[in-house]
Write a protein that binds this ligand. Structure first.
Ligand code: GRF
Length: 203
């Protein structure tokens, strides 16, 4: 069993998939705290509905990173809730060194492409615009770079002729909802080994 803190900016469908996996598949994870940089984010609504402490953390004066006072506040909330691991689920702010130092090798992210292809924003749109034939999602440990950390699991999906960015994103999201619970199960069961940037997994 591992206690996780979750950070997200949007609807929270990955967060919901984790809750469902706990409920339905016995995923040995307890969500102890959820934070969002948006006061009205769906992820906060979902957390409160599930009875999980949920907090808005205002990133000001920064817009694109979790830094300064907001970073300190987030770390304190996670630590006081007893989180052992931080799960970024659609969190749109860059993570800085303070959070990484507070949870060394224990911050995970999910990205909607097969990294290292298409890091950054709207990766599904990047894939369609580029003309890629295959895309997917990646769960990885977070390091100081943008979408550069050691890869835990990837799932591929086809990019079909005529796909809009939205079509592709929907297909990728289905796989995200499988990939995150899978990675968290391995982490919780102590079955992930980090060797440089290689991650040994049972899968
Ligand atoms: C997902 O595609 C995630 O990979 C990306 O933002 C989206 C968030 O979805 N970073 P949700 O909030 O989990 O529904």
């Amino acid at each position: 069993m591992i206690r996780i803190g979750v950070a997200g900016s949007g609807s929270g469908s990955n967060f919901q998939a984790i809750l469902d996996a706990i409920e339905e598949d016995g995923l040995p994870v307890e969500v102890v705290c959820v934070i969002s940089d948006h006061a009205d984010a769906g992820i906060l609504v979902k957390a409160r509905r599930a009875g999980i402490p949920a907090h808005h953390v205002n990133p000001a004066p920064y817009r694109t990173k979790l830094d300064g006072e907001a970073e300190r506040l987030a770390i304190r909330m996670f630590q006081e809730a007893g989180a052992e691991c931080i799960v970024l689920a659609g969190f749109m702010l860059m993570i800085k060194s303070g959070l990484l130092r507070a949870f060394p090798n224990r911050v995970l992210n999910i990205h909607p492409s097969l990294l290292p292809a298409f890091p950054g924003l709207e990766a599904w749109k990047q894939a369609v615009d580029y003309g890629a034939k295959v895309s997917g999602c990646t769960v990885h440990f977070v390091d100081e770079g943008m979408d550069t950390g050691p890869i835990i699991v990837q799932k591929a999906v086809p990019v079909l002729p005529g796909d809009t960015p939205g079509d592709l994103h929907a297909r990728i999201l289905e796989q995200e909802h499988i990939a995150y619970p899978e990675a968290l199960r391995w982490l919780a069961e102590g079955r992930l080994t980090l060797d440089g940037r290689r991650v040994q997994t049972p899968g």
